[in-house]
Design a protein around this ligand. Structure first.
Ligand code: ADP
Length: 508
């Protein structure tokens, strides 16, 4: 059978995953390759751009070969990449730094100072990127102060995807989506923001040319095309960032349809027709296309809170139970919704949305003699969801009325945890059958760019769903009474977290 396929490439923080899809969205071939994260010095979390380049090319070549074995033809390749990466390069595109990832913390102080200023708030409103050490804006300010020689030597500052496209096509181009997560890009004008550039201490010419996420380029060298096993004229569609593509890939693009993930961290995101920022700075807004924007918020403490509980409170299980997560979620089901008044604020690793405070700490609140370890499990699982629910509430300021959620990430393995989500969010939860949402989202952009589909709704209809959870009315009522307490507690403790943090810093 001769099949036309599109390859979606998802360049993640720890690996690149590459998949070939047919016109029906079926996965025909896949390949993935891991790479290292370098965290040697304080707060640095970096990747080697060359290692990523090899992984991306290796997985494309692998998938292209599998496609050829099925007599298929690669009609286009499209790319998803993690947001916020930053690489300094010389005028020939040679890296002067590693790729500094979103997780890098070195610019924490610069972010704190900028966030506290009115200029910081204005920049957030124009760019949609929260003022946070993840963003290239604060990283550039850090380089200004700490590595002025390198700052002066850098010809360009680019992201990992720009690096790959430069190596293949010799052009510095950046898609609107990745650009919109730099903190340097004016959302409405779809162009670099002069004031942010000034603050970052760089010139326009040091950044790539912004292009649409459906921008396509071809004309690989014959040698490179042969190495990748594709035709030199195969269009490369630049694609977007992983977060916004995951929305597309799970089919959450209708008004009120919200993508929600809980892996190690967590996030909720939804598509809106125009850029939208929050008066209180709680949410992000990134570009998907010229008329699709993604608003949402990330939380640090998703499944990591459950992992902490497994490894620190239930470490005795490791020897007796084959799957501790499954065992623990079963135990949680023996406890009433609301954990008989025990609440858990899950801030084990600081928190991003909605308060964006790195000093927050976790709290069990409401403990009595009647609570046991199983209550703690239930409280932890519920606490992560209460936190995400606060971010969902923040989306309402962007006129989003949540109707349904599309859930992904490790937590979806647990039926009990999924049902808790339906009950706490008071909405239907759907779980897609495949966990390849960013790859599929990238492929969908290519399908649109290459006119395989007229609009995304055709492709979204092809997203297969595996589970559906409907809220249980009695549970919704219980959670509705706990939610305001959680919210007030979280809000009122923010200054105490900072005071505690100051104290522990001084003691060190
Ligand atoms: P990552 O974001 O690092 O890719 P995953 O999406 O694999 O992570 O999610 C990992 C998290 O999923 C774990 O920390 C844990 O909280 C949760 N998890 C994994 N397996 C289960 C399970 N069987 N039941 C409930 N939660 C689980």
């Amino acid at each position: 059978m001769n099949e036309n396929v599109i390859i979606g490439v998802d360049i993640g923080t720890t690996s690149t995953k590459t998949m070939a899809f047919d016109a029906e969205g079926r996965i025909l071939a896949q390949s993935s390759q891991d790479y290292s994260l370098y965290t040697e010095s304080d707060g640095h979390v970096e990747q080697d751009p060359e290692e990523i380049f090899r992984a991306v090319e290796g997985t494309i070549a692998d998938v292209a070969e599998k496609v050829k074995d099925r007599n298929g033809t690669v009609e286009g390749i499209s790319f998803s990449a993690a947001m916020h990466s930053l690489i300094a390069v010389d005028e020939n595109g040679n890296p002067l730094t590693r790729s500094i990832t979103w997780a890098d913390q070195r610019s924490s102080r610069e972010a704190e100072q900028l966030k506290a200023s009115s200029k910081g708030q204005e920049i957030y409103k124009r760019t949609g990127t929260p003022i946070h050490p993840m963003s290239p804006l604060t990283k550039l300010i850090w380089f200004d102060k700490n590595e002025p020689e390198l700052k002066a030597a850098a010809a360009k500052w680019i992201s990992i995807k720009e690096y790959l496209f430069y190596k293949w096509f010799g052009e510095f181009i950046v898609d609107h989506s990745i650009a919109s997560a730099t903190g340097l890009f004016h959302l409405r004008r779809l162009d670099w923001d002069d004031e942010a550039l000034h603050l970052a201490g760089i010139r326009r010419g040091q950044l790539s040319k912004p292009v649409s996420t459906q921008f396509s380029i071809g004309g690989l060298s014959d040698r490179k095309a042969k190495q990748l096993g594709i035709d030199p004229q195969t269009p490369f569609i630049i694609g977007a960032s992983d977060g916004v593509l995951a929305n597309l890939g799970v089919g959450a693009i209708k008004p009120g349809s919200i993508a929600c993930s809980i892996g190690t961290s967590g996030a909720v995101r939804t598509v809106v027709p125009e850029p939208s920022t929050d008066r209180e700075g709680r949410t992000f807004c990134y570009a998907l296309t010229e008329n699709h924007w993604v608003v949402g918020g990330p939380i640090n403490n998703g499944g990591i809170a459950f992992r902490w509980l497994r490894d620190n409170v239930f470490d005795d299980l490791a020897e007796t139970v084959s799957d501790p997560y499954e065992y623990l979620t079963k135990q949680a089901e023996t406890i009433h919704p609301g954990a008989d008044g025990l609440l858990f604020l899950p801030y084990l690793t600081g928190e991003r949305a909605p308060f964006w405070n790195a000093d927050t700490k976790a709290v069990f609140f409401g403990l009595t003699l009647n609570h046991n370890r199983n209550h703690m499990i239930r409280a932890v699982l519920e606490g992560v969801l209460y936190q995400l629910d606060m971010v969902v509430a923040a989306l309402k300021t962007a006129d989003v009325e949540p109707m349904e959620f599309r859930a992904t990430g490790g937590f979806t393995k647990s039926r009990a945890w999924r049902q808790m989500m339906a009950d706490i969010f008071a909405a239907d939860i759907f779980v897609p059958a495949s966990n390849s949402s960013a790859c599929f989202g990238a492929a969908m952009l290519a399908m649109k760019a290459l006119h395989w589909i007229d609009d995304f709704s055709t492709a979204v209809a092809k997203v297969q769903l595996q589970h559906r959870h409907v809220p249980i009315v009695e549970n919704v009522k219980i959670y509705e009474s706990y939610k305001p307490i959680f919210h007030r507690l979280a809000e009122s403790l923010q200054p105490e977290f900072s005071a505690l943090s100051e104290l522990t810093k001084k003691r060190k």
